[in-house]
Design a protein around this ligand. Structure first.
Ligand SMILES: *[C@@H]1O[C@H](CO)[C@@H](O)[C@H](O)[C@H]1NC(C)=O
Ligand SMILES: *[C@@H]1O[C@H](CO)[C@@H](O)[C@H](O)[C@H]1NC(C)=O
Ligand SMILES: *[C@@H]1O[C@H](CO)[C@@H](O)[C@H](O)[C@H]1NC(C)=O
Length: 517
């Protein structure tokens, strides 16, 4: 077993794990098991270029025309809603305890956005226990392989300062606790390591089970910690504190913000630093673009990787080779035990259980009225099928950009190969876009949707079930498709939804994080 996954192995507490999987299915499960996939020999050639699956709709979409009125409506910011962001900086939780109970250390799995939630929960747990928090340790994710630390990603001084009236935080443990390292917990069973925290544990669970550990050893190390603090029955001040961490205390380091800002600026001014064909495209379009949606852009978050494609068990139009490759992948990674594979592609689609392909998300955007002068920023890691799969989307939106096309090679060098920093830049650009749309639910989707709700920014939530059914109907004409799409997305543009008791405060920030206007 490679060094980096030792702690991850130790984490496998069966009960909690099983519960976590139930909660997180299907979007977490795929990445959890990917590392094995890297060793898998590629027996089948998967790169038969995937063909458009909806060529009839596509043909009409390519010739679409939208009126100025429609375009104006589309880009209009969200109207004020009943709930507004509160000034959380004024909201202090209970006073700092005179004396800290001891230290809390957490080790966080997952990608950037899952870790972000873990950080917020860690602050809340430290508050519940009157303990001092050590800056959370970010595990190296076996899929993303990024060793960036908290301080490499987030502005740590700002984090500590923003929360100074709420909890005490230290960057490092004092010398007497230097022994408390990741290696220490990875190599043996340790009495001060808490590994049985149930998924969505209550505040009392921490008081009953973790406080005694702190009192005995001076420090409690909690791992695993992802999704280990409940959303229901939590004191109001603890909820407010979680909001304050997520929406105010967590700010990316200056160079990530600067790069994000530069990309946003280029998207708004329609110049690219990259030379060549793309620039010519942009110049050609400038004339047409200036009239409508000028200086505005959409961020499309596209998570369409092999894990997700395989795990969904849907057919994505890559033909027999792709089908075999995905079935083989399911066999190797999950021994074929993938719930979705008991259903036909048609059944899965009509239930909205298939991630939208780049082609489908393109048709959705076109039907909603985005024309071919729309600035589209692709926030995406890797698309299964590569450019062949993206080309249909690009034909609908020739002004499509991403980190690679917009940033200079010097700029890219700062974040190259660092999945968390790349994700941070995408998060920043997503937060600053006029419109955000995500092709698949998951941690990034939830985090950005929640944060944009908090700032009352427009976010389109695809109606997966409706789209699944529409794409199945091969006799649907473009006007019928368009009318159904528009009708089905009227109330999915960022209208605020109130959190239900067990839902995440980070995805549904109202009412807990927001104030009644
Ligand atoms: C953009 O759409 C217009 C209107 O349908 C069309 O005339 C034009 O050729 C399109 N441009 C490209 C590059 O597809
Ligand atoms: C934490 O401190 C507050 C205020 O000082 C106190 O009311 C509360 O009981 C303490 N909680 C624990 C778990 O020590
Ligand atoms: C497909 O769409 C057409 C036109 O709206 C409709 O008449 C037909 O009932 C639909 N077919 C199915 C199977 O839903």
């Amino acid at each position: 077993m490679r060094q980096h996954s030792l702690l991850l192995q130790n984490h496998t507490h069966r009960g909690a794990m099983a519960a976590a999987l139930v909660l997180l299915l299907p979007f977490f499960l795929p990445t959890l098991f990917t590392p094995l996939g890297h060793a898998m020999p590629s027996v089948f050639s998967e790169w038969n270029a995937p063909k458009p699956r909806h060529s009839r709709l596509l043909k009409s979409a390519l010739q679409r025309e939208t009126s100025d009125a429609e375009v104006t409506e589309l880009w209009k910011p969200l109207a004020d809603q009943q709930w507004k962001r509160c000034d959380l900086s004024d909201q202090k939780s209970a006073a700092l305890p005179k004396k800290s109970q001891g230290y809390i250390q957490v080790f966080l799995d997952g990608g950037l956005n899952q870790q972000r939630m873990g950080i917020c929960d860690a602050v809340a747990v430290a508050k519940i226990l009157n303990a001092t928090l050590v800056i959370p340790y970010l595990e190296i994710n076996p899929v993303w392989q990024d060793s960036s630390t908290f301080m490499d990603i987030f502005n740590v001084d700002r984090f500590i300062d923003a929360l100074k009236d709420d909890i005490s935080i230290v960057k490092e443990l004092p010398a007497e606790y230097y022994w408390s390292t990741r290696e220490y917990y990875a190599t043996a069973i340790r009495a001060n390591r808490v590994k049985t925290a149930p998924v969505h544990a209550s505040a009392n669970w921490y008081i009953e089970n973790v406080l005694p550990v702190i009192q005995s050893y001076g420090i409690a190390a909690i791992a695993p910690f992802s999704h280990r603090l409940a959303f229901e029955n939590m004191p109001e001040d603890i909820q407010r504190l979680r909001c304050k961490v997520n929406f105010q205390a967590l700010v990316f380091v200056p160079h990530i913000r600067a790069l994000g800002e530069a990309l946003v600026g280029r998207l708004r001014s329609s110049t690219s630093t990259n030379e060549g064909e793309r620039n010519n495209y942009i110049r050609q379009f400038n004339g047409a673009k200036d009239k409508r949606g000028i200086g505005k852009f959409v961020v499309l978050h596209l998570r369409f990787d092999k894990d997700m494609a395989a795990h969904s068990a849907c057919d994505f139009g890559g033909g027999k080779a792709e089908k075999l490759a995905l079935a083989k992948y399911r066999q190797v990674i999950w021994q074929g035990r993938v719930l979705n594979s008991q259903f036909t592609d048609e059944e899965l689609r009509s239930q909205g259980r298939c991630p939208l392909t780049p082609e489908e998300i393109g048709l959705l955007l076109a039907a909603l009225g985005f024309d071919n002068s729309t600035r589209l920023y692709l926030a995406s890691h890797k698309v299964y099928g590569g450019e062949a799969r993206i080309s249909t989307l690009r034909s609908l939106f020739p002004l499509m950009e991403d980190k690679k096309s917009l940033a200079s090679s010097e700029e890219r060098d700062q974040i190259k190969g660092k999945a968390s920093l790349l994700a941070a830049v995408d998060y920043y650009v997503s937060m600053h876009s006029d419109i955000f749309i995500s092709a698949s639910p998951g941690n990034m989707h939830n985090a950005v949707v929640g944060h944009r709700t908090y700032e009352n920014k427009k976010t389109i939530r695809p109606n997966m079930a409706l789209l699944g059914q529409l794409f199945l109907n091969k006799s649907l004409t473009w006007p019928e498709f368009q009318a159904a799409v528009i009708k089905g997305h009227k109330n999915r543009q960022g209208q605020l939804r109130i959190r239900k008791s067990t839902q995440s405060i980070y995805t549904y920030p109202a009412p807990d994080c927001m104030c009644n206007a």
